[in-house]
Design a protein around this ligand. Sequence first.
Ligand SMILES: Cc1cc2nc3c(=O)[nH]c(=O)nc-3n(C[C@H](O)[C@H](O)[C@H](O)COP(=O)(O)O)c2cc1C
Length: 251
Amino acid sequence: MSNDNEIIAAGRDFLRSHWDRMEKAVSDQSKGVPAPQQQKPCPAGGRVVDLVPRERMSVGRMPLIDAVTGRRSRRKYAEQPLSMEDISFLLWVTQGVREHGEIRSFRTVPSGGSRHGFETYLYTQRVDGLEEGLYRYQPLDHRLCLLRSDAGMREALKAALNGQGWNSAAVFVWTAVPYRTEWRYPVVAGKIIALDAGHVCQNLYLACESIGCGTCAIGAYDQEKLDAFLGVDGEEELAVYAAPVGRAVPE
Ligand SMILES: Cc1cc2nc3c(=O)[nH]c(=O)nc-3n(C[C@H](O)[C@H](O)[C@H](O)COP(=O)(O)O)c2cc1C
């Protein structure tokens, strides 16, 4: 069998449930290993930006039927910036926490076993009140930590997205932290993480639509370059999905 055929077979196998494997597996959760952290900490001494809380958000009132009907992938954006409220809303809609305890949280998106094995990185270019830079969202605190704001980031990100940042005002990048899901579901975590990612990005699409913005899911990115841009090791944490966002232009 050619290498391509093996890869295709592995891809199909990945789609199967494999729940029988879970019945034989021993998870770290069942062994009493403490649950992994639900969000990464902010870098010590770095800038932290509080976001507009859910109770004070006034955007996003479009009826669901209109948001669903209007949703499409948008790859051209107006030059106007996003507001802090827009960004706060988009972050909350994609990963916001409704309720949480020691080992899990309940959020605006579903997640197998409530593991929520993602970190959200946000590169901002045109957001009022936010300096250009790379941030990470902390869903439990609904705030952003600034990670870097050095020169040349825009070009590096564009290359990592294979030229697909377009003229966006901001770019969402989601990483997976696989162990968060493996801790509970050791042998089926990969598929659960992939399914979970779809919910997150679909919420972003609908939320963008509801505030006059647009986005486009990006799966065709350069893994090594995007991991390097984010500063993640590509093993314990790796980029899985990206989505530029900007004000929509009439099509
Ligand atoms: C998992 C996934 C990966 C995608 N990757 C890309 C991409 O890398 N580049 C791109 O331009 N569009 C990408 N898209 C957007 C699709 O091309 C788009 O959803 C499709 O053409 C249907 O158009 P619509 O979203 O406007 O309905 C992706 C969509 C999904 C769901």
